[in-house]
Design a protein. Structure first.
Length: 380
């Protein structure tokens, strides 16, 4: 392989912006001219459009995805010491807000194919103190939510979906009906961090639910616990989506499905190229969920992950490891965990074996070919 002149990035936000530049520039300037920086009409418009897109009754925009999770957990009214089941293989924010509220994260292992928790793994972890479960729709596809909701109903658990990575994906129920991910649990949470599938040009997040009362509670908590200006009925937080971000997101929301299609096409390209490589496992698509490929994550067998990463790096191909350390091995979580747990075998294996390739909406044929050639050369 020759040295590449391609400037390959994990995520290419500049080219994506270039395609929408005029519309976005105008929308941002409009907010600045109007000076409606906080809770302006752009926020209300985006909220309404997102409610429509997700098919939910209420969207509560907030400052980021971590806040979305925190506000959601606060709205459940759980008490210190209550147990909340989370996957051990996830981004730290999922467990962080639980620990912060003095609840106890109970970490469970994940399915080796989808990297998501399953109803069985959740049920095994339930104790008399379990009050909630936070399924994370990792890398862009839904957990198998129907059986998870069934377990939750039987044990009277809250279900708060961490949908930061899977906005736009559809989950199919046994009866053939579908729902958007995040709209299946009692509360859904998402992030508009720039590199997420629906990314702002700064921080942003949203919480969603169908329940009117819960929505009012969530809105109050995100707004200093006030129901009327300067009247505070509970201790809340300040978490808002600003108008400039809302204006940008409102434009990008119209393209979310075509963005997902572009990601899926890139994933198909990778899948085809790697089909004959026995040491690689390409992403397994769950039959109940569409995949919006927030990440394209390989399993590299035989302990050669780091070697492959170094090789690709020398060819100008960036890769990332999501995630290198299980939550239960993070220093900060040693004390807050409900029970000391040993290694969870799947999570432990994944942390040593996963490798994510460049994945975004602007990957062209030439770049994909170059990346695939690099991977193939390594295994030759
Ligand atoms: C990005 C992410 C979050 C946090 O979102 P922020 O907007 O960065 O606070 C939470 N959970 C998961 C799974 C994420 O990927």
């Amino acid at each position: 392989m020759k040295e590449t002149t391609l400037n390959i990035q994990m995520v290419d936000l500049q080219s994506q912006y270039a395609r929408l530049q005029e519309e976005i520039d105008a929308a941002v300037l409009e907010v600045i001219r109007s000076a409606a920086f906080i809770n302006g009409p752009a926020v209300r418009d985006f909220q309404a459009h997102l409610e429509q897109y997700l098919g939910v009754n209420h969207v509560i925009p907030c400052a980021n995805g971590t806040d979305a999770l925190q506000v959601a957990m606060m709205a459940t009214g759980l008490q210190p010491g209550d147990e909340v089941i989370v996957p051990a293989f996830t981004y730290v924010a999922t467990a962080e807000v639980i620990a912060l509220l003095q609840l106890r994260p109970v970490m469970v292992d994940v399915d080796p194919d989808t990297f998501n928790i399953t109803a069985e793994l959740v049920e095994q972890a339930i104790t008399p103190r379990t009050r909630a479960v936070v399924p994370v729709n990792l890398f862009g596809q839904s957990c198998d939510m129907e059986p998870i909701m069934e377990v939750a109903r039987r044990h009277n658990l809250w279900v708060v979906e961490d949908n930061a990575q899977a906005i736009g994906a559809d989950y199919s129920f046994a009866d053939g009906s579908t729902r958007k991910t995040g709209a299946i649990g009692h509360i859904g949470c998402t992030s508009f961090y720039p590199s997420k599938n629906l990314g702002a040009y700064g921080d942003g997040g949203a919480i969603y639910t169908d329940d009117d009362e819960l929505a009012q509670q969530l809105r109050m908590i995100a707004n200093h616990g006030q129901n009327k200006r300067y009247y505070h009925s509970l201790v809340g937080v300040n978490s808002r989506l600003d108008s400039i971000q809302a204006a940008i997101l409102d434009i990008k929301l119209k393209h979310l499905d075509s963005y997902a299609a572009a990601r899926r096409a890139a994933a198909d390209h990778y899948d085809r190229a790697f089909a004959g490589i026995g040491q690689l496992q390409t992403p397994v698509r769950h039959q109940r969920s569409t995949h919006v490929f927030h990440q394209y994550t390989l399993i590299v067998r035989d302990g050669r992950r780091d070697e492959l990463q170094a090789f690709l790096s020398s060819k100008g191909i960036p890769t990332m490891i999501y995630y290198p350390v299980p939550l239960y091995e993070q220093e900060a979580y040693q004390k807050s965990m409900a029970n000391g747990i040993g290694k969870l075998p799947v999570t432990d294996f994944l942390c040593r074996s996963v490798l994510s390739l460049p994945m975004h909406t602007e990957l062209n044929e030439e770049t994909l070919e170059y990346i695939c050639a690099g991977v193939k050369e390594f295994f030759k």
